[in-house]
Design a protein around this ligand. Structure first.
Ligand code: GLA
Length: 380
């Protein structure tokens, strides 16, 4: 009898040890690294696939830190790709409207590409009509980032690093940047941005994924219900530069304080919608003093997919894909037509360096820039 107890005891100990070992060998969130081909300048790139235990799968390439695919579950539990993008590197290099990319050094527009800092005038590339957009001719969306994978028991992170040289694209200061994508088992992706400069500079980093929660890129996004936790937005001029006014959303098509379908008012007669060819504006988010908080959501009733966004940023650019015109080939066959994807880009306000009343985008020498946005998926 004693022998049997002894044996049983040992069996239990061994199976416990195996369970622990198994967990160590097989973390619940994993990263797989693959080759993604060479850039036209001959630089090798990689694709990283972050996978969690429930089935979310996110592919990131180190060219532009681009999220090339993002599988999220519908109400039946099916995980499908819900972001616009391309199948290969050459398509991204040939010309992408910032699909899935990290944007820097300055997300969105700076009027005429000019700003002053410490009494010095700086001139940036003018790459969007008469304005500077999304970091210039070769912004962070077009550079190859260094990578490091960090896998823990319940999260997996891809750490992307890049050193932007003093005066690169016209911006002052050597800037060391890190963007950390972390996936957990609750279908949440955290995007953390960190940067430090050796000279006073300006910075406004964001993530430029185009979502279509139906997972059918041949459909437009007009039936998505958007909520933006903002009492006001920034009206723009005809070149999409904020006028400086902060306008209440009440009784305007810009009121998304309760979930509203994109097409409910997108065709209203409204000067701002005319300038944006739809929505392409920055909302002034509520609770700016609260740090990381809920800022916006998007819901697609056909599939039940819900995206909730949390951020520490003061603004969010809601862009309804108005410049997509059917000329780019989609991942699933067909083309990306007008409004087949939308962006919710958490950020500081456009043209802040030239608007003293907007929250500051100045980064002092030696001071650390830190920011975080979380994208959380579920279904209902
Ligand atoms: C941002 C801008 C848009 C457009 C897209 C990229 O969302 O606000 O006007 O430039 O990026 O096409």
């Amino acid at each position: 009898m004693k022998k049997i107890y002894f044996l049983l005891f040992h069996l239990i100990i061994i199976s416990c040890e195996n369970m622990v070992k198994k967990n160590k060998i097989m973390p619940l969130v994993t990263i797989e690294k693959k080759d993604f081909g060479k850039t036209k300048d001959g630089v090798n790139t990689n694709q990283f696939i972050l996978k969690n235990k429930s089935g979310m799968e996110i592919s990131v390439i180190n060219y532009g830190g681009i999220i090339t695919s993002w599988k999220a579950k519908d109400r039946k539990g099916n995980y499908k790709d819900i972001v616009l993008g391309f199948n290969n590197l050459s398509q991204y290099e040939a010309g992408s409207p910032y699909f899935g990319a990290i944007i820097g050094r300055y997300g969105n527009r700076i009027s005429k590409g000019k700003f002053a800092l410490n009494g010095e005038n700086y001139t940036l590339a003018v790459n969007n009509g008469e304005n500077h957009l999304h970091g210039g001719l070769k912004g962070f969306d077009k550079v190859v980032w260094d990578t490091k994978e960090v896998v823990n028991d319940s999260t997996a992170s891809l750490v992307l690093s890049y050193v932007s040289k003093d005066m690169e694209e016209g911006y002052p200061g050597n800037l060391e940047v890190q963007v950390i994508y972390t996936l957990n088992n609750n279908d949440e992706l955290s995007v953390k941005y960190e940067a430090i400069s050796d000279k006073k500079t300006i910075i406004n980093l964001t993530q430029h994924s185009y979502f279509n929660l139906s997972a059918d890129f041949n459909k437009n996004i007009l039936d998505h219900e958007i909520l933006i936790n903002a009492d006001s937005f920034l009206p723009v001029d005809s070149t999409l530069i904020p006028t400086g006014e902060i306008r209440n959303v009440r009784e305007t098509p810009f009121d998304f304080r309760k979930p509203k379908k994109v097409d409910e008012e997108i065709n209203a007669i409204n000067k701002q919608l005319e300038f944006g060819i739809g929505y392409d504006h920055c909302w002034v988010l509520n609770n700016q003093d609260k740090g990381l908080r809920f800022v916006a959501s998007a819901y697609e009733s056909g599939t039940g997919r819900l995206l909730e966004i949390f951020s520490d940023q003061p603004g969010i650019q809601f862009y309804s894909g108005n410049f997509l015109d059917g000329t780019l080939k989609s991942k699933i066959g067909g083309n990306y037509d007008f409004r087949s994807g939308f962006c919710l880009e958490t950020q500081h306000y456009p043209n802040s360096p030239n608007e003293k009343d907007f929250p500051s985008v100045t980064l002092n020498a030696g001071k650390k820039y830190v920011s975080e946005t979380i994208f959380k998926f579920s279904s209902k």
